[in-house]
Ligand binder design. Sequence first.
Ligand code: HMG
Length: 371
Amino acid sequence: MIGIDAIDFTTSRYFIEMSDLAVARGVPVEKYVDGLHQRQMSVAPPNEDAVTLGYAAASKILDDTSDIGLFIFATESSIDQSKSAGTFLLDVLQLPRSCITYEIKQACFSGTAALFAAYNYVAMNKNKRALVVASDIARYTIHSPGEATQGCGAVAMIISNDPKVLSIDPTYGSYSTNTYDFYRPNCQSEAIVDGALSAKMYLTALKESFKEFSVKSGASISDIDYFCYHTPFCKMAIKAHDNLVGDRTSAMADSLVYNSVIGNSYSASLYISLLSLLHNSQNDISGRRIGMFSYGSGCVGQYFCCKPQKNYFDFIKKSDFIALRERISIKEYEAVHYHNSPKYHETSGSLSLETLTSQRKYVLLSKYSKP
Ligand code: HMG
């Protein structure tokens, strides 16, 4: 049986309140809090990039690394067009010299692509484990409709043949098509998005990939006990659940606890939903079937299932780092957003970005970053 042996996540140490953003943008607070179902949004300071966040998540779960033979880094916030994000972490994570690392990209779907590649690797290499890190910083233009759906986060997972946390059913349904719902050409630091089209494609991919999953597995909705969705903003996951299942929202409410205060974390988002469910469910859900919908714009969707192992809760640590984040003002958030562009000088006033640098033990900056 193959599955997740260890899993943990992280986000940045700063956040803004959605109510502050609504006031600053002249939008009714209810639009963000009820309409998008988001309460807060994580903000990554200039010295935290996808690699830094990925390190912070991976260092929480790695013990003995000698049998890690594969390390896949899933991201669409990469810091180099040639060198994969994982190479920055080979030494600091003390991975063996025999461990292969590479990067996977397909928008938010890449975390799932990495998970299934790791699944196949451990199926062929019985005495090895694989490390998957999915890490992203969601960026849209300030004052655009997408602005309220930013955020950041990273998940790290170890995949093994004898998983302590959950088993993965390799039967999946999928749906792919070439679409321009959301994309970021090389010249852009922020995504270009057609919001209405992106929601439509998300729901189409959900319907079609579930249909194929159902045919291949013989399972129907009533065979699934809990539901996790890629969560660009919580209302999207709620709508997805409504489309797929109808009124059984109680089977997914626990999966939204973290995303509602982090915002979008692209490739990490589905697995942050999974951890949210595992951490926040009042019941022991071992042996229960969890339906997982992964979506990446452009677009690829995949539906699959997993099952928590007996005593899974002994192997997932719930920590309070979300509550320990620091709230920053909208002016500080704007300075962070513009820190590498000429607009920074127009917006930052007397603010010093040094006040926003992270206290993390390790800060891994790309050679080109300007802290
Ligand atoms: P918008 O167009 O400004 O908002 O931006 P809206 O007018 O659609 O309103 C949003 C909701 O608030 C609506 O709820 C309104 O009714 C409600 P709905 O009708 O949809 O249930 N509302 C209010 N509620 C209470 N009181 C009020 C009020 N006013 C309005 N006063 C949009 C929304 C999502 C389009 C925008 O934020 C956006 O473009 N976001 C980025 C794209 C996105 O997240 N798409 C999701 C699917 S694609 C995906 O998931 C992939 C992705 O993660 C990228 C990847 O794969 O890498 C994005």
